[in-house]
Design a protein around this ligand. Structure first.
Ligand SMILES: [Zn+2]
Length: 138
């Protein structure tokens, strides 16, 4: 088994846990954007969210919000948060085991999104309708 998160979950690799229950665990990111950056991870190995059962998926976010509140209380200079799931390699997923990043943010911390060359173009209402049709007409 090569999955580092599975190793952490069964105690074969080191991590600092913030939460453990039957469905998910949470631990501090080894390479945090800011102090307190945590990961919420389903106990069961799933590479992507598509295969997570509904209860686990919802619980992941519930625990994420609970942790966010605790992190907010712990660090007075934290003013905002990003909740991020990179769902697949092309979205920046580095560990192929679902994980929700809880990233504490503060003004001027330097973290941000990088937009591609196609970003910035306003898409017309007709083009948006055509996109919605592609998504919904199945
Ligand atoms: Zn795993």
């Amino acid at each position: 088994m090569d999955c580092i998160f599975c190793k952490i979950i069964i105690g074969k690799a080191e991590a600092v846990f913030l939460h453990e229950d039957d469905l998910v665990v949470a631990f501090l990111d080894i390479m945090p954007v800011n102090e307190g950056h945590a990961l919420v991870v389903p106990r069961e190995h799933h590479e992507r969210v598509e295969t997570l059962d509904e209860a686990t998926y919802l619980h992941l976010f519930k625990i994420g919000r609970d942790l966010m509140r605790q992190i907010q209380t712990a660090f007075a200079d934290v003013t905002a948060f990003n909740f991020i799931i990179a769902n697949g390699k092309d979205a920046g997923q580095e560990v192929p085991h679902v994980h929700l990043h809880i990233i504490p943010r503060k003004l001027g911390d330097g973290f941000g999104y990088k937009f591609g060359p196609n970003y910035g173009k306003i898409v017309s209402i007709d083009e948006r309708k055509a996109t919605a049709k592609k998504i919904l007409d199945r």
